[in-house]
Design a protein around this ligand. Sequence first.
Ligand code: NAD
Length: 290
Amino acid sequence: MKNIGVIGCGTMGGGVAQVASEAGFDVTVMEIEEKFLTSGMKKIDKFLSKSVEKEKITAQQKDDILKRIKGTLDINDLAQCDLIVEAAIEDLQMKRELFQKLDEICKDDTVLTTNTSSLTVIEIAEATKRQDKVVGLHFFNPVPLMPLVEVVKTIKTSEESFKTAWEFIEKIKKIPVAAKDNTGFIVNLLLIPFLLDAIRVLGEGIASVEDIDKGMKFGCGHPMGPLALLDLIGLDVIHKVATIMYNEYKEKKYAPPPLLKQMVLGGYFGVKTGRGFYEYGGEEPKPMKF
Ligand SMILES: NC(=O)c1ccc[n+]([C@@H]2O[C@H](COP(=O)([O-])OP(=O)(O)OC[C@H]3O[C@@H](n4cnc5c(N)ncnc54)[C@H](O)[C@@H]3O)[C@@H](O)[C@H]2O)c1
């Protein structure tokens, strides 16, 4: 395995391109518009510059990592890749169209993987004629810092493709765990109900934003409180993921609480819009009153 393809150079795709290149792979990353490639590559450059400052890598290593990443707007440039990680937006129709196209253009033995958070891998794989070669690779945000990757085997994935994907994760120095193709895999299955419950506690007026987060930080040893984590992930993303999980399982624990819906409709997505459960922009995030 030498050539890795990545679809999408956003939050996740940019991170995957970076870590694959750091491990010595030649990476081709595909985007829909030049401006997204430019902004994605800028983020990688910024991250690597900080690593040089901290003396984790040399300036030469930074240049080499950047040189191994090639950007493109043409999906046909992925044809010779050995493994592809799709990290475009969480939209089933779009992912299916991308996989159908990849199936047409890629070498017969190319393994196609998706970073989907909440869809099942089989509904994406089903758009191809190589369902045995489709695997889920669920990375965590921020990719360069988070060690875990869930490696997801569908009922059609072959042992060989699963092994290829697993070994790729080991080569990029991440920690793989095996998960079945259930919506939410392992981590989101446990994390999403917990985060939604924190919103319910707030919505029911049981405690303030600050005290809910303090409770889980100082009572349970979490590195950050659930409401701060929700703001970091993005309330829009959580709403989408929870809705997909609720539609799949029809269990109340996955149902987006009314307060989450209101915040998304109001444009309060969290850190990325400057306001969520906290207000950002000042020196410290300021907890909002509800
Ligand atoms: N953000 C997270 O914390 C997180 C964590 C794990 C998995 N995921 C999953 O990873 C995927 C990407 O999420 P993200 O947060 O990086 O989103 P993002 O919006 O930051 O990035 C998506 C990128 O894909 C590009 N894109 C859209 N359509 C495309 C296409 N047809 N071809 C090529 N590029 C295209 C967009 O221009 C954008 O730059 C989603 O499936 C998401 O569910 C996200």
